[in-house]
Design a protein around this ligand. Structure first.
Ligand code: C2E
Ligand code: MG
Ligand code: MG
Length: 411
């Protein structure tokens, strides 16, 4: 352990991760350090916020930040990290009430920082370990330039590479089970796109969907995804399995009035009943161009496709929009779910969202269930379906039936 701030130069090399603990209470620094070292971090700690700026290094994989400190408080440090385009995973910690903690978390997110979570003191070893486990290894299986950070992408994919990838069919879908919370049965699957790059390995959607949207390549990407997802649904049907498949549509497709016809054609060609297909659209997508959105979404529903509002809680859709738009499924964003086990407010938001969804005749789905405790809490909140790493990570289509046959909900 090191109680003064030292700049660690070899931190991103090797297998271990590095962590900086900032808290004015030496006991807390020591406690966090011990837990972090226990799960493989090399820790540095600092008890004076004022020395933070002068000695800050970009090399830390994780920063644990106390919000209330004399000298320079956590909010100022957040601003500092944002100005310096920090790509570290950040865990906020504080004894202040959870509303303030939550606002600070939102502020940090709006600044584009990579927030792993906000913990209310006293923090249990269990909670701390869980959060630390979410910090990616600098050299994890995902190539560094594709990590989900706000750091400038120095070696990200170019438009030409992506165009070639689409033309050469390097995009593929993984499927994540959606599970009925009442009995643990398989409710359907969500198709999630990946790019199988010949040299760089598997690239996650976060690293190329924005590029596809900026360059207009998203149209071709969505067409491929639609066809692959519906084709897979047809393949399962040929095996005698009716598995409902959902895929994600980009906000950009909300300007394409022919989109519902394309999806319809893709289903008809393969003999797929639209009720086996769901289209997911993020909440942030629907606010612009409401008339066009309404036209496209209503036609999709009229043709019999299911329609889900994704990442609900991250956008600003009004009650009226929710009532007017023909969604029949509401997916609560992971950010609320993550804290539901120990944050009363997060749970209250979920409960009211479930109630709202049910009153508007929507199935309510939760994403981001990472342990059994969360499963129990979210089921008690009245959610209908769940997705999450605890039950199943996204997987190749060929693994789904095996997973279904082996998965059992342990009560
Ligand atoms: P999404 O539609 O909300 O998909 C859920 C994301 O949460 C997936 O990430 C999934 O792997 C991840 N996830 C599921 N369970 C857990 C969990 O328990 N813990 C955590 N930490 N994560 C979990 P993925 O596959 O990286 O996709 C990210 C986003 O990229 C998607 O979010 C969606 O918005 C977008 N996306 C994926 N495929 C497509 C696509 O074909 N077209 C478009 N336009 N967007 C896509
Ligand atoms: Mg989705
Ligand atoms: Mg989502």
């Amino acid at each position: 352990m090191n109680m003064g701030l030292t700049d660690n130069n070899n931190t991103t090399e090797g297998d271990y991760r590095t962590i900086l603990v900032v808290d004015d209470e030496p006991d807390v620094c020591e406690y966090v350090t011990i837990v972090a070292e226990g799960v493989g971090f090399e820790a540095t700690s600092i008890t004076d916020g004022r020395s933070f700026a002068s000695s800050y290094s970009r090399h830390f994989d994780c920063i644990v930040l106390d919000l209330t400190m004399p000298g320079m408080d956590g909010i100022e440090l957040i601003r500092f990290l944002a100005d310096n385009k920090s790509s570290a995973s950040i865990i906020l910690m504080s004894g202040v009430d959870s509303t303030i903690l939550h606002s600070a978390e939102q502020l940090a997110k709006h600044h584009g920082l990579n927030i792993v979570g906000a913990l209310k003191k006293p923090v249990s070893v269990d909670d701390l370990e869980k959060h630390l486990e979410r910090v990616p290894h600098a050299h994890s299986q995902i190539a560094a330039p594709f990590r989900k950070t706000n750091a400038p992408i120095v070696d990200g994919p170019t438009e030409t590479e992506l165009r070639e990838a689409i033309a050469n069919k390097q995009l593929l879908l993984h499927y994540q089970p959606k599970i009925n919370m009442s009995d643990g049965s398989l409710a359907g699957v969500e198709a999630l796109v990946r790019w199988q790059h010949p040299e760089k390995g598997m690239i996650p959607p976060i690293a190329f969907i924005p590029l596809a949207e900026e360059t207009g390549l998203i149209e071709e990407l969505t067409t491929q995804v639609t066809e692959m997802a519906i084709e897979q649904c047809a393949e399962w049907l040929r095996q005698g399995e009716r598995i409902k498949v959902a895929f994600n549509m980009s906000a950009k497709s909300l300007t394409d009035l022919d989109f519902p016809d394309h999806v319809w054609e893709a289903a008809k060609e393969r003999g797929i009943d639209p009720s086996l297909v769901a289209v997911e659209l993020t909440e942030t997508a629907i606010v612009t161009e409401l008339n066009r959105s309404l036209d496209i979404l209503t036609r999709l529903r009229m043709k019999g496709f299911h329609l889900a509002i994704d990442d609900f809680g991250t956008g600003y859709s009004s009650m009226q929009q929710l009532q007017n738009l023909p969604f029949d499924e509401l997916k609560i964003d992971q950010s609320f779910v993550k804290n539901a086990a120990n944050d009363e407010e997060a749970r209250k938001i979920i409960e009211s969202t479930v109630e709202l969804g049910h009153k508007l005749n929507m199935e309510v789905v939760v994403e981001g269930i990472e342990d059994k405790e969360l499963w129990d809490v979210l089921r008690d909140c009245g959610c209908n379906q769940a997705q999450g790493f605890w039950m199943a990570r996204p997987m190749p289509a060929g693994d789904i039936l095996k997973w279904r046959d082996e998965w059992k909900l342990e009560e």
